[in-house]
Design a binder for this molecule. Structure first.
Ligand code: GLY
Length: 408
């Protein structure tokens, strides 16, 4: 479908069906306890990742699986792709949960294949790439080489800090996907997810330069990236000379003023982490407000799995985004420890997400879904790219959320 036809299809369905909720048939494993559910999913994950790894062509160079192509073949993440750290991260979670050395060996192999990514300076995603692979590996093994990769990556990310606006620039303006789009110094909400790398680097080195940059970025983002209702824009474009905001736009979502589901999830997760690492109350308050916006949003279906954009409501051709739901579940399971007043609401909301994702509707059967765990995510809707597909980051945050849940 061409872009314009897709937009028309969405607009018609929004105009005609705004009050309906998506109906997804969910076969629940109703009587299952939390522990039974977690055991079932990790047992499936072991099976799926054996299968997935057996499908990876290791002859030329070792790359990490990202998603599936339309023909069902594996779509691999090249070494500077923003998603390249998630599969190693999932393997670390599998090792953490099972304690099986086999998964440690696999995690090390896929992590170390990303060695050069720590030196990426042309975009902000070095946090996703390195903290979720080397950072998780360091947490579980204490390997000093991995710690050094985190510090080197934080140095790379810090080169993107722009004091004039007190932000870390997300993309260079010559990045192929924004050429001709009239952006000067773009910051995307996803950038909140890369701050943890900086906080960890300060812990590793006692150099507060890294955490100061993270705090500055998070503070500026509250001021400029959020609307009064605590939804956020995808992109804020700053003037690189004056630091002033030039425009507020949304490339990933439905419209500039809509709420792209994964962007809302990135913000919730990012501010929860920023509070956890910095102790700054304004970040906790921001996370609570975003959680409130998400949890009381009547555009999100009752099973708590959003459409890829909250404002693209109803109609079967509007796909859900399991990745956004998994990120929200994981974030809430962290936030519940810091906000006792709303603890039960956060736990209940996250549990609904995890039970829905663990139903047959979202969870893969053995040897299906290309070896990934979750079905039904949306990578980039407008590019008709990874739409209603498995994604390595949906799996990563889902496994993380299950481990967080099991520890409560
Ligand atoms: N960081 C890109 C995305 O969330 O699609």
């Amino acid at each position: 479908m061409t872009l314009s036809i897709r937009f028309i299809a969405i607009t018609i369905s929004i105009l005609s069906l705004t009050s309906c909720k998506n109906k997804v048939e969910v076969k629940e494993h109703k009587a299952e306890t939390k522990q039974e559910l977690i055991d079932r999913v990790f047992s499936l994950t072991e099976h799926q990742y054996d299968y997935l790894i057996s499908r990876i062509d290791t002859i030329s160079q070792l790359l990490n699986p990202r998603s599936l192509n339309n023909d069902g073949s594996l779509r691999m993440a090249y070494k500077q792709d923003w998603t390249c750290g998630f599969f190693p991260g999932s393997l670390w979670y599998l090792y953490e949960q099972t304690k099986d050395n086999k998964w440690k060996i696999e995690a090390e192999k896929f992590t170390e294949a990303l060695d050069s990514a720590q030196f990426v300076k042309w975009n902000h995603d070095v946090g996703f790439m390195i903290q979720n692979s080397f950072g998780q590996g360091y947490r579980l093994t204490g390997n000093e080489t991995y710690k050094q990769a985190v510090v080197d990556a934080a140095k790379s990310l810090s080169t993107r800090y722009r004091p004039v606006a007190k932000v870390i620039q997300s993309w260079d303006t010559d990045a192929p996907w924004i050429q001709g789009k009239g952006l000067d110094m773009p910051i995307i909400i996803d950038n909140m997810m890369n701050l943890n790398l900086l906080y960890q680097a300060t812990k590793h080195t006692a150099d507060s330069t890294f955490s100061n940059i993270a705090n500055a970025h998070a503070t500026t983002t509250i001021k400029n990236q959020y609307r009064p209702d605590y939804s956020c824009y995808h992109i804020i474009d700053y003037d690189h000379i004056t630091g002033e905001v030039r425009k507020k736009v949304n490339f990933q979502g439905f419209a500039d003023e809509s709420a792209w589901a994964r962007g809302q999830a990135w913000g919730l997760y990012g501010y929860t982490e920023a509070y956890k690492e910095s102790g700054h109350k304004i970040f906790l308050e921001q996370a609570k407000k975003i959680a409130d916006y998400i949890m009381n949003n009547d555009k999100i279906p009752n099973d708590n799995i959003p459409n890829w954009d909250y404002d693209a409501v109803s109609a079967e051709e509007i796909p859900r985004d399991a990745s956004a739901a998994a990120i929200v579940a994981s974030a809430l399971l962290e936030l519940q420890a810091f906000d006792l007043e709303h603890k039960k609401e956060y736990l209940d909301y996250a549990e609904t997400i995890l039970r829905t994702l663990s139903s047959d509707e979202y969870l893969s059967q053995k040897n299906e879904n290309g070896g990934f765990i979750l079905k039904h995510s949306v990578g980039n809707f407008h590019e008709n790219n990874e739409t209603d597909a498995p994604l390595n980051y949906a799996d990563y945050y889902y496994l993380e959320a299950l481990i967080r849940w099991s520890n409560i």
